[in-house]
Design a binder for this molecule. Structure first.
Ligand code: BES
Ligand code: MN
Ligand code: ZN
Length: 498
């Protein structure tokens, strides 16, 4: 998919289709009015019939209008006239691309009202268009044997008009970044959508090697079980011991140019299937636990964005990955193991496995003397209860870092919400037999999970992203959402430019 910036008036664009935003009751915004003048009122006259109500996201494909170079026109509803919200604008762009993808249109230009949001400058505008377009064109990598639908003909999308040289540059930069974010998001979704018998820890390691082979700035190391044992990752080993699949610990490193700064470390939970172990889960929606490596997939996705854009920063991705299975060799409730940090943990519930693999990975992060460490994990059902599917949960031992993440989520429309991580929560992890238990009660479950990780991140600037509610959808639309790749990418982009 190619993105371009135009500076000519809409009417003179020689594209297959011009996408025109129409407000409710057929009212015209500034862009549509400009076009209406160019086609001598033909657009307004047609809308006067009332055939197109202009509700947000509604579309109608028409032949070209007289006086316009484009051979077709696609009307897109943009809701009530006046301030278009960012959410409605995204919905309209998405609907337009989805409608275009069903046609033979190869090139298109957007003439939509821009959202009345001062934050959405030319850069973020271009970025959002590219990123929404990629998301709308995404096809699930299913394993159905029937004939695959033909890929969309759409190959070129133009945005503008760029009034000044500066705005053209910002738009272009945004489009490049948005396209990279599209690639990173697809990387995540493709991995997370694969079933657990295909996307195993070894598969994730092979995928990491592929990423490293593609970019000069990237190197990779994969620790196998023996190397993991050498690192004394007793908690990680405890989780994998019930499984026949060998565990892997993936270390990816991107060294951008001109950077001697301490690295940013991203850690992703890579449980390729979570049965709960001996504390077995209900069969209900257990298939969805193939998505329990979404944190790992998100980290690989965001890492890809940084490599693709050659961001000038030092970035390290750590992915502990294994299965959580019940078996004769599996850990049992009450078992006590020793983490890489030397602290002992009483495993009261084998289904609280994410924190066990993460605590050893977070300890491993210390050797890089990182600027900041972010872990990303489908960690708790409690986070889904707290925030639903709309916000990723953020917990941190540094409020400025948490604010930076929430801000990145706002800018990239991949929202996150901070939850409190005060001392009391950590006190709930008391054990009679070990330094800590791996679970506290039901109450505040998302935060007590974070508090467990907090025991291993003292003196690091650390934040935890619980994506249990945001990383994938269940039900009819079951599948990976690609979240929070956009948030993480924005975080890295902003960090590398300061
Ligand atoms: N992978 C799950 C968390 C999860 C649950 C993600 C539902 C998405 C949807 C995690 O390993 C888990 O099982 N957590 C337990 C923790 C509990 C035993 C303290 C949970 O949330 O029930
Ligand atoms: Mn679990
Ligand atoms: Zn899990």
């Amino acid at each position: 998919m190619q993105f371009q910036v135009f500076s000519k008036p809409f009417a003179q664009l020689p594209v297959d289709c011009l996408v025109v935003g129409i407000h409710e009751n057929g009212e015209l915004g500034d862009e549509a009015r400009q076009l209406d003048r160019a086609c001598k009122g033909a657009l307004g006259k047609m809308l006067a019939h009332g055939d197109f109500p202009g509700r947000t996201g509604e579309t109608l494909l028409l032949p070209g209008l007289p006086g316009l170079k484009a051979t077709r026109t696609l009307l897109v509803g943009q809701g009530p006239r006046g301030a278009v919200s960012r959410r409605d604008w995204r919905k309209a762009v998405r609907a337009a691309v989805t409608a275009l993808a069903r046609t033979q249109v190869r090139s298109a230009a957007l003439a939509l009202a821009r959202p009345a949001d001062r934050d959405l400058d030319d850069y973020h505008f271009g970025r959002a268009v590219a990123e929404i377009t990629h998301a709308a064109l995404y096809r699930v990598n299913d394993l159905k044997t029937g004939k695959k639908p033909k890929p969309a003909a759409l190959a070129r999308l133009q945005v503008g008009p760029a009034g000044t040289k500066g705005s053209g540059e910002a738009l272009r930069r945004g489009l490049v970044h948005g396209a990279a974010m599209g690639l990173g998001t697809r990387t995540m979704r493709d991995l997370a959508n694969l079933p657990g018998n295909v996307c195993t820890p070894s598969y994730l390691a092979a995928r990491a090697r592929q990423i490293a082979a593609k970019y000069r700035s990237v190197s990779v190391r994969v620790l196998d079980e023996a190397a993991i044992r050498k690192e004394k990752m007793g908690c990680f080993l405890a989780v994998t011991q019930g499984s026949d699949e060998p565990p892997k610990f993936i270390v990816l490193e991107h060294k951008g140019t001109r950077t001697k700064r301490a690295p940013v470390v991203l850690v992703g939970k890579g449980i390729t299937f979570d049965t709960g172990g001996i504390s077995l889960k209900d069969p209900g929606a257990m298939d969805e636990m193939k998505f329990d490596m979404s944190g790992a997939a998100a980290v690989l996705g965001a890492f890809t964005v940084a490599a693709e854009l050659a961001l000038p920063l030092h970035l390290i991705a750590l992915v502990p990955t294994c299965e959580n299975m019940p078996s004769g060799r599996a850990i049992k409730p009450g078992d006590i193991v020793t983490s890489a940090a030397g602290l002992t943990v009483e495993i009261l519930n084998t289904d609280a496995e994410g924190r066990l693999i993460l605590c050893d990975a977070l300890h491993y992060a210390r050797r890089f003397q990182p600027e900041v460490v972010l872990d990303v994990a489908t960690l708790t059902g409690a986070c889904v209860i707290a925030l639903g599917a709309h916000h990723t949960g953020v917990m941190a031992n540094d409020d400025a870092l948490a604010a930076e993440i929430v801000e990145a989520g706002r800018r990239s429309d991949d929202r996150a919400w901070q939850m409190p991580l005060t001392e009391e929560y950590g006190e709930q992890l008391k054990s009679n037999f070990a330094d800590f238990a791996n679970v506290a009660g039901r109450d505040g479950g998302a935060i007590t999970a974070a508090a467990f990780l907090g025991k291993f991140t003292q003196n690091l600037r650390w934040a935890h992203l619980d994506i249990a509610g945001t990383a994938y959808l269940g039900g009819a639309h079951k599948g990976s959402t690609g979240r929070p790749v956009a948030l993480l990418s924005d975080f890295l982009i902003h960090r590398s430019s300061r």
